[in-house]
Write a protein that binds this ligand. Structure first.
Ligand code: ADP
Ligand code: NA
Length: 330
């Protein structure tokens, strides 16, 4: 029997991934690629909805793909490609624009936030239509499952509405996808400010652990992470958010559950615990870092992998687009 189809997109970023992306997203995707027919897309067409530097964008797209491959997205087993390499994304987005209400699109809270952040002059029609392009990304592949963060729930809801609307107006065409919202237990917080989510853009300099950090820098950040004065290694996210965050990281990377870690460190101080955690993190990331550097040192090989995967994706996407055009009388 066919595995359920999964689609997930990621923004190209010049930054390294941070440990929250790794634990919150990548570890789950790596598991899911065994049980699903998984399609992962570096969404460079989404990236140009805000101002971009062309050379930097091209570099960010490669770096992002390299990191996902190095971290375990297998481009043989799954499909990992760059959005702009498959022209059906832009074409389906246009078709879907014509069945999207202006008022409906205006209600997207991400658009309101982003447009407030970038200012009226930088707010383009492209930024406004971003959620429709995202719907096209998902619907092109008949995706059943879309793993995503809570912040994307409204966009998945729009995708479902557009799929249902199209199906009822033009005949059964699209699979209506389900969002699979990330577990809160997989959420990682800023090491210096454990009330704030760790994030590429928002975290303090010492509060975020990057996949591509030097091991010594990683160890230093973990050793200076904010904890509390009680001194016992115990999970209590309300009263002890700092040590609880470190326990989450330790457990996710080692596969040892939190209760077992609490037993292991009973009667021992934070120093011991942090030293061991630093080792777990640097040992997890060392081979990934080496693989990223290897992939980036051979751009022709990376481009070859991405081109082959774009061909695999285009085969599915073009068939869907042909179905859509036919139904619409194009
Ligand atoms: P960032 O905030 O680093 O820019 P994105 O918003 O691009 O990350 O999210 C990429 C993926 O990583 C999403 O699936 C998101 O839910 C996940 N993610 C990002 N930060 C965290 C975090 N601190 N803890 C858990 N998952 C996270
Ligand atoms: Na973000």
């Amino acid at each position: 029997t066919a595995k359920p189809r999964l689609f997930s997109g990621m923004q190209p970023s010049a930054d390294s991934l941070q440990i929250g992306n790794y634990i919150g997203a990548l570890l789950q995707w790596r598991e899911m690629q065994r049980t699903h027919d998984a399609i992962f897309c570096v969404v460079d067409l989404h990236a140009i909805t805000v101002a971009q530097d062309p050379a930097q964008l091209r570099e960010a797209t490669r770096r992002t793909a390299a990191q996902y491959i190095a971290a375990g997205i297998d481009p043989e087993q799954s499909t990992l490609f760059v959005q702009s390499h498959v022209s059906a994304h832009a074409e389906l987005a246009w078709a879907l624009n014509t069945i999207t209400g202006f008022g409906e699109a205006s209600r997207m809270t991400q658009f309101k936030d982003k447009s407030a952040r970038h200012g009226a002059d930088a707010t383009t029609v492209g930024l406004f239509a971003y959620p429709v392009l995202m719907a096209a990304d998902i619907l092109l592949y008949d995706a059943e499952v879309v793993p995503t963060g809570e912040d994307q729930r409204q966009h998945i809801e729009l995708t479902r509405n557009l799929a249902e609307r199209f199906n009822s107006r033009f005949g059964e065409t699209f699979v209506v996808p389900e969002a699979q919202i990330q577990k809160a237990s997989a959420k990682i917080y800023d090491l210096q400010d454990p009330a704030a989510k760790m994030s590429k853009s928002a975290s303090s300099e010492k509060g975020v652990v990057w996949l591509l950090d030097e091991p010594t820098a990683t160890a230093k950040k973990i050793k200076s992470a904010t904890t509390d004065s009680e001194g016992s290694v115990r999970y209590d996210s309300a009263e002890k958010p700092g040590i609880s965050n470190l326990l989450t990281i330790y457990s996710a990377l080692s596969g040892t559950d939190i209760a077992a870690l609490e037993d292991q460190y009973a009667g021992r101080g934070y120093g011991d615990f942090k030293k061991d955690l630093a080792e777990v993190v640097t040992e997890t990331f060392a081979p990934i870092r080496a693989r990223v550097l290897e992939l980036l040192s051979d751009p022709a090989e990376l481009d070859r992998i991405l081109a082959g995967n774009a061909d695999k994706a285009a085969e599915i996407a073009n068939a869907t687009l042909a179905r859509v055009y036919d139904r619409m009388g194009l």
